[in-house]
Design a protein around this ligand. Structure first.
Ligand code: ATP
Ligand code: MG
Length: 413
């Protein structure tokens, strides 16, 4: 029989790897709290329509990357490919706009995209994202970018590039889209099939094309900044000014677009130079018109961003991480009856404790203690145990002390 393995493009996080992911999530949570974000948890699957309407039919995500299935009632459901659509649904469904003017939300969890798996690109991956709903202010855009950079600073990750752009709004979009069509009108035969379809259906999406041979042609795209309206232009200027005031270096890429159709104004991406092809570690943008799609046309200005956690861990490198425990209890056959009470006593005192329940040879138990990263071993020798005592060995400096079993927990630092 063939062995059953994990599904292509998915990862098991074993022991220390899971601990690294948890530590990263905890760091992100801590920083998000500092900026005033509160968590929303939503299900991993949603009605398919949430994504087709919220992300846009012509996007890569909706047109080719979704895991969509029918449930037993023949409803079409989809494993979430990103977090914003679900946050917006929850925002509308729970009338969060009624509670406070500006909602600052964070989320974390698994996302699913049917992409070609490779280093830094998986079919199940994890994102940590933030959304600020209820303010059109460019200060929000700047703060989200600063929050993202703060995260990387805290993590000690350098070698990052921040790229920003403004993709305008429905007022300035038509002129820009017309300019795009004009630029590419004679290039269609040399472009890929997706670009040709997008030229007719959703010309802005062409800029999202990743096909190598299209790149020199797409590089001719006019700059969005030359077509911004009276509202979008000063908005973009303020975002850039706020970043400059904060001493942040950035590049304006006039062709940067985000993978969702509803982005307006600010779009940004941070990439880690050392990651090679899959180098975007986070991205975000403003989406002033998305909420209206789910709220009978009444929109709320909003902006968000998301980190790719696997890529951050890759960028941080394989720093040696080892799980540890406070104490490993070593028992002899004669003292096996003291094992469980000792473990319970240690745990009740707040120490992490483990043991070899098979009560193997002492040598083998000490080896296990080492493997588990025990800071102390508590050895229940028959003679000591008869007197209610044990040997407490500090595994770092290898010193040993005979102590009362009841006092051991207090001596573990
Ligand atoms: P890319 O250009 O690499 O496909 P994206 O624009 O599709 O990224 P977003 O939708 O903005 O990515 O998601 C935010 C972040 O999530 C990305 O910057 C990246 O770090 C991470 N990410 C996206 N897709 C994947 C994936 N398939 N596997 C692992 N991480 C991913
Ligand atoms: Mg992608």
């Amino acid at each position: 029989m063939e062995a059953i393995t994990a599904v292509r493009g998915t990862n098991d996080l074993v022991y220390a790897q899971a601990a690294r992911m948890l530590a990263l999530e905890n760091t992100l949570r801590g920083i998000a709290h500092k900026y005033g974000y509160e968590e929303i948890r939503t299900p991993v699957f949603e009605h398919t329509e949430l994504f087709t309407r919220g992300i846009g039919e012509d996007t890569d995500i909706v047109s080719k990357e979704m895991f969509t299935f029918q449930d037993r009632g023949e409803r079409s459901l989809t494993l979430r490919p990103e977090g914003t659509a679900s946050m917006v649904r929850a925002f509308v469904e729970h009338h969060l706009f009624a509670e406070r003017g500006i909602n600052k939300i964070f989320y974390t969890g698994a996302m699913y995209r049917a992409e070609r798996p490779q280093k830094g690109r998986y079919r199940e991956f994890h994102q940590f994202g933030v959304e600020v709903i209820g303010s059109p202010s460019p200060l929000v855009d700047a703060e989200i970018i600063l929050f993202n950079l703060d995260v990387f600073k805290t993590l000690g990750l350098s070698g990052l590039t921040l790229t920003i752009n403004s993709v305008g709004c429905p007022k300035c979009n038509p002129a820009y889209l017309a300019a795009l069509r004009e630029t590419f009108k004679n290039d269609l035969p040399s472009l890929c099939e997706t670009c040709r379809t997008r030229y007719d259906k959703n010309v802005l999406r062409m800029l999202d094309c990743k096909v190598e041979s299209c790149q020199p042609i797409l590089a001719k795209a006019p700059a969005f900044s030359d077509h911004l309206c009276d509202e979008c232009k000063p908005h973009f200027e303020t975002v850039k000014q706020e970043l400059a005031n904060a001493g942040i270096q950035f590049t304006v890429n006039p062709r940067l677009v985000r993978g969702l159709d509803y982005y307006t104004k600010t779009a940004f991406e941070i990439s880690a130079n050392m990651l090679g092809a899959q180098n975007a570690v986070c991205g975000g943008g403003r989406y002033d018109n998305l909420i209206g799609v789910f709220n009978n046309g009444k929109s709320f200005p909003a902006m968000g961003s998301a980190f790719g956690l696997e890529r951050i861990l890759l960028a941080l490198g394989d720093a040696e991480t080892k799980n540890t425990i406070d104490v490993f209890v070593v028992a002899f056959k004669e003292t096996a009856d003291k094992l469980m009470p000792t473990l319970s006593m240690l745990r009740a005192a707040g120490r992490s404790a483990n043991a070899d329940y098979n009560v193997s040879s002492i040598k083998s138990q000490l080896k296990t203690a080492d493997k588990l990263g025990a800071k102390y071993t508590l050895i229940l020798g028959p003679e000591e145990a008869a007197a209610g005592e044990c040997m407490l060995r500090n595994m770092t400096d290898k010193t040993e002390k005979r102590v009362k079993i009841a006092d051991a927990a207090g001596m573990i630092v």
